[in-house]
Design a protein around this ligand. Sequence first.
Ligand code: NAD
Length: 472
Amino acid sequence: MNIQAYINGEWFVEPNAEQLSIYNPAEAKVYAQLPIASAKTVDAAYGAAKAAFPAWSNLPAAQRGDWMRKLADGIEARFEEFVAAESRDSGKPLHVSRTVDIPRAMTNLRFFADAATQFASESHSALGGSVNYTLRHPLGPVACISPWNLPLYLFTWKIAPALAVGNTVVAKPSEVTPVTAHLLAEVAHEISFPKGVLNIVHGTGLPTGEAIVNHPAVKAVSFTGGTSTGKRIAKNLAPRLIKYSLELGGKNPVLVFPDADMDEAIRTTVRSSFANSGQICLCGSRIYVHSSIYESFRDRLVASAKTLIVGPPEGDSKMGPLVSGPHREKVAAYVEQAQADGATIHVGGTELPSEGYYYPPTIIEGLSQDHVCFQEEIFGPVITLHSFDTEEEALALANDCQYGLAAVVWSKDIKRCMRLSVGLNAGIIWINTWLNRDLRTPFGGMNQSGYGREGGQEAMRFFSNVKNVCIG
Ligand code: NAD
């Protein structure tokens, strides 16, 4: 596979670029090489993005939307190729790439294509006749940097609103899962997408990601990834006061009350714990269950986890491998630590394949709330169980964590759910549901889970400069 940077509508080859091996995690085998872009390549990408900005930003919004729909149509025309590439790169089951990742990438482009024509600004009229109105302008070249867990899904989630507002883009997918971003560049090339508007470079955080963030031409950075990387980006941008949006890690609590629909709570908690092998920032990983139902809930959850088929992307597996060898080692180290500290470990899943970076669905109990397994993001198929006696205690346990991305509440008591929604420190709260997404809603976390919001108008506003005009 020949992965290359895509700059100014052309394939861009950097002579003597250092190469990175790309692994297929289901087989633990190298199947591609990735040229790591240096600052020089990044500079060429910004040169193209700057030159393309006036024409793209002056295009009527409907025409920008048309181009974005063509990108989505181009993905659809090669749908199965995108599906296969996403599963080969990340290890996720083919049916997940087919029903979640690739359809959502197309939806992101189409959703924001529509948003381009619906983006409106505010007007405030005051007594005495003065009127204020707000102008929102695109910023210029912006950076979009994404992680490996939902590769094309999150890549397009950033690129689409940036383009819709009229910005030009320098984007970098994760070096762990670069292939669908390369295929997107092929689509852009096939449809003669306007040159320089979407530039895609590949490489590691250092040097490539850092060169993207630190480039003098960048007007805003939209980043999704780990909390420590996000902080480093914020530090790099602060002296220049460049705007940023950071979607970072999570350690999401799930609260289960005795009045919940137990069948639904268990079915969905299995999904929210182990979907994408637990490698979704929104996965529930700290499960707090009322003491009156704790044992029956645990037993049913463990029994359900044991039925999950863990295996290669092809076939009927529910869970694929973890994304890489180093990531599996990190996940395993947390479970070994829990075991060493006296926890009970329930391991589920069918027999794991011998090759590949597989890890079983794992349920841990018997740890105290201050244990690292309750406090740090593991980002794998590993959950911890804890009981509580009162609503106040459940809330305190849920909020006792540095992260604040999502929280799930299972209860039929609407007043309780409303009280908890006010009290929970999380940017996204799901009541009797999980991963129920409406792309118009604000998406993002608080505390160590990030800064800023994506989704709908929030994303469109992030990617624009605001100016108030007052007429007296
Ligand atoms: P990561 O931070 O290691 O890498 C993310 C991206 O940043 C990659 O493209 C990487 O090359 C790049 N990068 C690394 N160092 C950089 C630097 N110094 N400057 C600029 N770019 C740099 O994260 P990851 O391991 O790819 O992804 C997993 C993390 O992402 C988890 O913590 C997960 O919770 C988080 N995540 C958050 C959300 C959300 O919406 N909040 C969604 C998905 C994943």
